[in-house]
Design a protein around this ligand. Structure first.
Ligand code: SF4
Ligand code: SF4
Length: 312
């Protein structure tokens, strides 16, 4: 790829992100002003994650990485060298309502998709090299990585402690941060017309014993910090629909819609990925990770779940 290709891709990605932020910023502001998401006030049940890891197993759901998550990652790119990996290893996904977005892949999905892409890119050794570098780096940082596993690529059964089993705990997407508090059993929408739909499907899949003091359907106590994550997560979710509509009409989008954003990100970050894949350790600075863990000390839950998926 020459310099002009690179700057063109950079422009496309930036234009996509700018447009997303424009839509997202307005929605989030509106949601906060109107307190659109509220916890159930009669909550009587505490929740405590028991680290079972089910929410990181993608056999029946995606973990979405919303535009806002991507923007947050990009904002930290100077301080965290793994951000190019987070962005390059995203997958295009779609929910049952036809809303398109990007998600984290399972170990099986990334292995199958990349094997296929490596075959298709016989004439493009750079793409092949980048894809192989991602796979080999994932295997290096996660010795339990298994091309048949349905677990998230960042799930490592060998980890323990506050980070659970998540290799990217300080950078995990908002959906992972807000689960299971993003469910209607715990919080509710107060936007007319949305509440009914949100309450009709899905239920938390955490084991019953994690809801201390009663059944999960009564709701749980929720801290301000958790509520903030829930608001962002739900706004993220709804923003995807708005962006989907916008993307059908936008002229800018027409220019880039033929190209998958995942492919663009992969091409754009290939140099960083190749450098990163030579690293031996996942976290370069343990003290940084510990500080982040302290900040996250009040967040006991690990990951999230969305309605049953379909691939596009
Ligand atoms: S918590 Fe970590 S391992 Fe689990 S789904 Fe989220 S990013 Fe993946
Ligand atoms: S959040 Fe729930 S499903 Fe996920 S690890 Fe904890 S208890 Fe298990």
């Amino acid at each position: 790829m020459d310099d002009s290709d690179e700057s063109e891709i950079s422009e496309m990605i930036n234009s996509w992100l700018d447009a997303n932020m424009e839509v997202f910023g307005e929605i989030l502001e509106e949601w906060e002003e109107n307190n659109y998401v509220q916890p159930f006030l009669d909550s009587k049940v505490n929740f405590q994650c028991n680290d079972c890891g089910k929410c990181c197993n993608f056999h029946d759901h995606w973990v979405w990485v919303y535009p806002y998550d991507m923007v947050r990652w990009l904002q930290k790119i100077d301080e965290e060298e793994k951000i190019p990996l987070f962005l390059s290893a995203l997958f295009p996904v779609e929910d049952l309502d036809g809303i398109s977005g990007y998600g984290l892949p399972s170990q099986r999905e990334i292995s199958e998709r990349y094997d296929e892409m490596i075959r298709q890119n016989k004439k493009n050794p750079l793409v092949q090299k980048t894809l192989r570098a991602i796979l080999s780096y994932l295997r290096k940082i996660n010795p339990q990585f298994n091309p048949k596993s349905e677990f998230c690529i960042y799930y490592s059964p060998n980890l323990s402690g506050k980070s659970g089993h998540c290799l990217i705990y300080p950078y995990r997407p908002i959906q992972c941060r807000s689960y299971p508090y993003d469910y209607p059993q715990f919080t509710k929408f107060v936007i007319p017309g949305l509440e009914e739909k949100e309450n009709t499907q899905d239920s938390p899949m955490c084991p019953e014993e994690t809801y201390i003091g009663g059944s999960s359907i009564n709701g749980v106590q929720i801290s301000e910090e958790q509520l903030e994550n829930v608001i962002i997560e739900k706004a993220n979710y709804k923003t995807s629909a708005v962006i989907y509509d916008w993307s059908q009409e936008s002229e800018e989008w027409n220019q880039i819609k033929e190209t998958d954003l995942c492919d663009l990100l992969l091409q754009y970050f290939h140099k960083d990925i190749l450098v990163l894949s030579r690293e031996k350790r996942f976290f370069q600075d343990d003290s940084q990770e510990k500080n982040q863990k302290k900040k996250d000390a009040n967040k006991t839950h690990i990951a999230g779940k969305r309605p049953i998926r379909k691939k596009r």
